[in-house]
Design a protein around this ligand. Structure first.
Ligand SMILES: [Zn+2]
Ligand SMILES: [Zn+2]
Length: 242
């Protein structure tokens, strides 16, 4: 299993950057986790958009779905609809995804379980102004979790138990309590409490130096720590073995 960062900032991209989006790959499976602005361009540095098996949207804020609205033009020549797994609200944003029968919209719930090859995907409702689901992916050996956007919730600690690699919202560099996002310290505390081996901080502010996130995180997390970088690919099993 490997993860390539296609976009890593929020709520908008910095110069030459891209907002949230990640390519998850395992053998012949290619899945995008979120699809923010700049993600379609960066995806094509790795592979054709036509090879995507499906897209999972953690939630429907624009910094996580903006490029779906241009992907739909790119996919117009494709005969099969591309499945998009997304929360069922807000209704206005959900309605905007239905376009020329390019996408097949499927609802994420906590009961949903997706099986694809040797992979299993499960979901947990987290805490954000828009309904947001964390996505957990396992091949039975290595387990990966992406939070999407979330503030502190015990549900995340619980869901992260047994996870090898946690890709976590850490939007705020400075310590704070918010109902929108986690700060770096909170992301580290959650990873510590859940016993996560490797923590990757993401949803960075477009105007901040990523090294500051790394320095801050190292004060609070003793496991392997990374900060997302666009274009970087992580071999998840190798990170689980660190
Ligand atoms: Zn966001
Ligand atoms: Zn959001």
């Amino acid at each position: 299993m490997k993860l390539t960062v296609l976009g890593n900032t929020g709520p908008y991209p910095g110069p030459g950057g891209a907002s949230s989006g990640y390519l998850f790959e395992s053998e012949n499976t290619h899945i995008a986790l979120d699809f923010g602005s700049g993600v379609l361009a960066n995806l094509q540095k790795s592979m054709s958009f036509s090879k995507l098996d499906f897209i999972i949207c953690s939630h429907l804020h624009s910094d996580h779905i903006a490029d779906l609205f241009v992907l739909r033009y790119a996919l117009q020549e494709k005969s099969a609809e591309l499945p998009i797994y997304a929360p069922s609200e807000p209704s206005l944003e959900v309605a905007s995804l239905y376009y020329k029968e390019v996408f097949l919209i499927k609802k994420i719930t906590e009961e949903l379980q997706i099986e694809k090859g040797n992979l299993t995907f499960t979901f947990k409702k987290l805490k954000h102004p828009f309904l947001d689901f964390g996505t957990k992916i396992t091949d039975g050996e290595t387990t990966f979790l992406y939070t999407g956007d979330t503030s502190y919730t015990p549900a995340l600690v619980e869901f992260a138990k047994g996870v090898d690699v946690l890709l976590c919202d850490a939007a705020f560099l400075e310590d704070c309590v918010s109902d929108k996002h986690l700060c770096v310290k909170q992301a580290c505390e959650i990873a510590n409490e859940a016993g996560v081996k490797t923590l990757i901080l993401t949803h960075l502010a477009p105007f901040e130096d990523p090294d500051k996130y790394l320095k801050k995180g190292k004060k609070h997390f003793s496991g392997a720590l990374f900060v997302t970088e666009i274009g970087k690919t992580y071999e998840l099993k190798a990170l689980a073995d660190l």
